[in-house]
Structure formats: structure tokens, C-alpha cells
Write a protein that binds this ligand. Structure first.
Ligand code: NDP
Ligand SMILES: O=C(O)C1=N[C@H](C(=O)O)C[C@H](O)C1
Length: 267
């Protein structure tokens, strides 16, 4: 049995992760962590998540949580994830993170930690989105440079990063196949007399509102026709199940930085 600590356990993903860990054979919830001063500290994590009483009180003692766990699941924010990685590295524990919004420098720091412990970091843990990454590669390969590429993502009004980590990865996947540097060709902003679209650019558009879980569409737009590859998340449960699956997969893996493509055998 693997002991799992969930960080950000009272959050939108944290509560769904509690259900997923409890439902996954081979995993047991050892600790549920929130930040210092969180109003629900001390309350039972199972009751917070609507999963029934689990006898696991919400705590802010990260060090004790890591010491008691085999693996951490972290769906928080880059700064919090980097701190969690530092504590995991000190204790020699594994980490699964779905956090998004990392800067290039922060990604580099993640890579450094992953030289000493096994880490899964993926902007999207659903099987559907990971299948879409493969479909996008194939579409870009077939369509080549003749089609303009635009990525549009929609999320709830509480999301802090933009564009979503998934949208960025979709842009990166297509850019790589087309032999372009995503950081050079991503266009996040069109306003006023901004000029005609360049041939190489990949437009990155963001919509925020209400309770949209997460929707992504990549448009390949040609002369007289267009292809749209879309994914719509209808709940957060498949992200959470993906993270639980990643924990099981990590068992016995050597230190390294892994992705959901590795977990699902798609890499
Ligand atoms: N990879 C994937 O498949 C998916 C990734 N995500 C990503 O997961 C992340 C979280 O999203 P979401 O659940 O919607 O966000 P939430 O804000 O609902 O959850 C984050 C939780 O982390 C808590 N937190 C903040 N600081 C700390 C800390 N220092 N220690 C412990 N807990 C802390 C927050 O508490 P408080 O609110 O009090 O600050 C909150 O409860 C985002 O980066 C999002 O993009 C989301 C869905 C799927
Ligand atoms: O913040 C969210 O909610 C989500 N974030 C992830 C991302 O940024 O790609 C994945 C999912 O779409 C939900």
C-alpha cells in the first residue's frame, strides 16, 4: 500500500483527489495538507471532500506529511510546488504535480529536483487530452504549413494562469512537428491595427467565465476548410484519477521528470 499526501487538499482539485485516492487500489490517504491559516485546518479531510469521515485531519505541517508519505500529490501553484519538491527531495519522496503556470526558470528548477527524486509533472492528467496530443501531432504532420493554427481555451473564472498549461502544451506539440519554436511563434495578443496574421504564428486565445471545467480547441484553418480538434472536460474527476494512476505508476521508477504520456505509455 502506498501512503499518499495531498497538498491543496481543500481546493477544487484537492477534494476530487481525495475521492480518487480512496477509490484507487494500492493507495491510501495518509495526510491532507493546506496552507498555514486555512480556515478548515483540523477538520476531517474526507468530510471536507464529501467522501465520508476518513480520520485524516487537514494539517499545515508539510514536513510531517512528507515524512509519513510515499508520494505527494500536488495541484497548487508553481511557488508552492517548488517548495513541495524541496521538501520531497530532502526526504527522498516522490511527487505527482498537476500545477500549471511555471516560468521557464521555474521549469528548470523542477528539472533539477527531478534529478534526485521521481516526479510526474503534467499540465493535464486526463486520458482524453493526452490522446489529443497524439492526434494533434498527426494532424500537424499531415497538414504541414498550409494551415493556420489557432488554440482557444475556456476555463472557470477562478483560474489564475493564462493560457492554460494544456493550451501551451498543445501549441508546443504542434510547433515542434512544424519545425517552429513555440516561444517565437506564439501570439497571445491581437488588438487594434496589429497587422495581418503571419504565416508561422500560433494564436493563443483565452476565455474565462463561470464554472467551465476546461475546454480546449486547436483549429487548423486552411483555404476553404478547417479542422477542429477539441476536448471538453465535464468534471474534474478524470484529472484526479489520472493523478492517482500516476502515483501507482511511479512506484519503482528511478529519479527523473516524467509526463502523463509516460504514465499512459504514449511517449
Ligand atoms: N494537470 C491537470 O490535470 C490539472 C491541473 N490543474 C491545475 O491545478 C492547480 C490548482 O487548481 P485548482 O484546484 O482549481 O485551484 P484551487 O485554488 O481550488 O486549489 C489550490 C489549493 O491549494 C491551496 N494552497 C495554496 N497555497 C498552499 C500551500 N502553501 N500549501 C498547501 N496548500 C496551499 C489553496 O488554498 P487557498 O485557496 O486557501 O489559497 C487551495 O485550496 C492549478 O495550477 C491548475 O491549473 C487543475 C486541473 C487539472
Ligand atoms: O485550472 C484548471 O481548472 C485547469 N487547469 C489545467 C491547465 O491549466 O491546463 C488543466 C485543466 O484544463 C483544468
Amino acid at each position: 500500500m502506498m501512503n499518499v499526501a495531498i497538498i491543496g487538499a481543500a481546493g477544487r482539485m484537492g477534494t476530487r483527489l481525495i475521492h480518487a485516492v480512496c477509490e484507487t487500489k494500492g493507495l491510501t490517504l495518509s495526510t491532507a495538507v493546506e496552507r498555514d491559516g486555512h480556515p478548515q485546518l483540523g477538520m476531517d479531510a474526507g468530510l471536507i471532500a464529501g467522501a465520508g469521515e476518513l480520520g485524516v485531519p487537514l494539517t499545515s505541517d508539510l514536513d510531517a506529511a512528507v515524512a509519513a508519505a510515499d508520494v505527494l500529490i500536488d495541484f497548487t501553484f508553481p511557488e508552492v510546488t517548488l517548495n513541495n519538491l524541496a521538501v520531497c527531495a530532502r526526504h527522498g519522496k516522490m511527487l505527482v504535480s498537476g500545477s500549471t503556470g511555471f516560468t521557464p526558470e521555474q521549469k528548470h528548477q523542477v528539472e533539477e529536483f527531478a534529478k534526485t527524486i521521481p516526479v510526474v509533472l503534467a499540465p493535464n492528467m486526463s486520458i482524453g487530452v493526452n490522446a489529443c496530443f497524439k492526434l494533434l501531432k498527426e494532424a500537424a504532420r499531415i497538414l504541414g504549413d498550409d494551415f493556420d493554427v489557432e488554440v482557444v481555451e475556456l476555463h472557470h473564472n477562478r483560474k489564475k494562469d493564462s493560457p492554460s498549461g494544456t493550451a501551451v502544451r498543445m501549441g508546443e506539440v504542434v510547433a515542434e512537428v512544424l519545425g517552429r519554436d513555440y516561444n517565437q511563434v506564439a501570439n497571445y495578443h491581437r488588438e487594434g491595427m496589429c497587422g495581418e496574421r503571419t504565416h508561422a504564428e500560433i494564436g493563443m486565445q483565452t476565455v474565462r467565465g463561470g464554472d467551465i471545467v476546461g475546454e480546449h480547441t486547436v483549429y487548423f484553418i486552411g483555404m476553404g476548410e478547417r479542422i477542429e480538434i477539441s476536448h471538453r472536460a465535464m468534471s474534474r474527476d478524470m484529472f484526479a484519477r489520472g493523478a492517482a494512476r500516476a502515483c501507482v505508476w511511479l512506484q519503482g521508477q528511478p529519479p527523473g521528470l516524467y509526463d502523463m504520456q509516460d504514465v499512459l505509455g504514449l511517449s
